[in-house]
Design a protein. Structure first.
Length: 425
């Protein structure tokens, strides 16, 4: 269990709250680039860390993220005109650029200097991997955008979706931490070999994996070891990466090292989050059969199966085909597990076991980061130099190894090989 005070520390994300301030030290996903596909297209509402914002792409293709409400008298800029390198409020015509400068105040007399005295809230944006990333923190502390290996792949090699989750970001993130639920929640009785990158039989072989969380410079590396047979261990290495990402080896034993999947749990506010699903393949385009969210998420980013319709659970299917009775898409299983806890779960009510040691390790790490920031220190994984922006050691692995081998030593060996790189200090 987690004391109420620590639960609040981890789940409250608005400005001025400790976790809100920690989140504001990192670049976070704000929206998909495809939501604002071309210059001067309609702006899009974005709620992020409890702030109501508006994203727009100006005439030169640059992206801005502004406070939704006009600095003059508060009309929503959502209804504004996106024209000639600025967004113009429809009430009195104040016009803003992507940096929040007021360019024009047509209702003021000629020669008015009012526009020079007003700075509209605006957050810097960068685009990578089909995502608009934004930084909502202090302007003098802007870090580099982390250079994860999937950031610069051709769009054909990436499949990025997002869905609104009706629960706290932390409930989503904690779902990335316990490898044990793979053996239960995502179990299929009919397609064990196909799901989860073909590793279904390996999850099923052992439902109580040995888990370990190791603190890293970027977050927490998590090892899970299942007995595959008398002589073999099924090892999975996943990562929680600051501030809100889970890097998961969904490629499976056969898929690895083709790629892994990233689930980002970006807070919309304390009780809602946006789950970004970033799926990539290193050396080939994504196949159509890998685009499994297309039938699950509506144009408004709400899931078609959701808490209000009980995820369209089919009790007959639950008897014969899947553990949940909710189809084969992991997103839906995970959503049911985390959203049905309620919007902000009170962790004082829980009863943790050894299958939760990685959840506990991640909470401890996040609390340490919060307290370090409160003490005036720069939090981990805030990237400031090109050298520090080598992210190859944030590697995911799914493999089988002889049970005589030490899993931790194996991971270090693998990371030293060509494709990976281990932190040596
Ligand atoms: S409220 Fe926007 S210009 Fe007046
Ligand atoms: Fe899951």
């Amino acid at each position: 269990m987690l004391p109420r005070e620590e639960n609040d520390l981890l789940t409250q994300v608005s400005q001025g709250r400790p976790m809100g301030e920690l989140m504001r030290r990192y670049w976070i996903p704000a929206l998909l680039s495809s939501e604002i596909p071309e210059p001067d297209c309609p702006p899009v509402r974005v709620r992020l860390l409890g702030e109501d914002l508006l994203a727009f792409r100006d005439s030169e293709g640059r992206v801005g993220l502004l406070d939704e409400h006009c600095s003059h008298r508060g009309t929503s800029l959502f209804f504004g005109r996106n024209e000639e390198c600025g967004l113009r409020c429809i009430y009195h015509g104040w016009k803003y650029d992507i940096c929040g400068n007021v360019l024009e105040t047509p209702a003021e007399p000629t020669g008015s200097t009012l526009k020079n005295k007003v700075q509209h809230t605006a957050y810097p944006c960068q685009e990578s991997a089909g995502i608009v990333w934004s930084y909502l923190g202090p302007k003098d502390k802007i870090p580099l955008l982390p250079n994860y290996e999937w950031m610069n792949l051709p769009s054909s090699h990436l499949y990025v979706t997002k869905s609104i989750q009706d629960c706290s970001w932390l409930q989503g993130l904690e779902g990335e931490c316990d490898s044990s639920h793979l053996s239960v929640l995502h179990k299929s009785f009919t397609t064990q070999q196909q799901r989860g990158g073909g590793d279904g039989a390996l999850y099923a072989a052992d439902s109580s994996p040995h888990l370990e969380g190791i603190e890293m410079d970027y977050g927490v590396r998590m090892l899970s070891c299942r007995k595959a047979d008398a002589d073999t261990i099924y090892l999975r290495v996943s990562n929680i990466v600051l501030p809100c990402h889970g890097f998961i080896p969904t490629g499976g034993v056969r898929g690895n090292p083709e790629g892994y999947t990233i689930h980002s749990h970006v807070p919309i506010d304390d009780a809602h989050s946006m789950r970004y699903n970033i799926h990539f393949r290193r050396s080939r385009p994504i196949r159509n059969d890998e685009r499994q969210h297309d039938d699950e998420i509506g144009v408004d980013f709400k899931k078609l199966r959701n808490l209000r319709n009980n995820y369209l659970q089919d009790r007959e299917q639950q008897k014969r085909e899947t553990f949940t009775g909710m189809g084969q898409t992991f997103l839906i299983h995970d959503s049911c597990a985390t959203e049905s806890m309620g919007p902000i779960y009170d962790r004082a009510q829980e009863h943790l076991g050894v299958s939760d040691v990685t959840v506990i390790a991640v909470r401890r790490f996040l609390l340490q980061c919060i307290r370090a920031l409160q003490a005036g220190k720069e939090p981990p994984h805030v990237v400031r130099t090109a050298k520090a922006n080598d992210m190859r050691h944030v590697a995911c692995i799914a493999t089988t190894i002889p049970s005589t081998k030490d899993p931790k030593a194996y991971v270090v060996e693998q990371l030293k090989k060509e494709k990976y790189w281990e932190v040596t200090n």
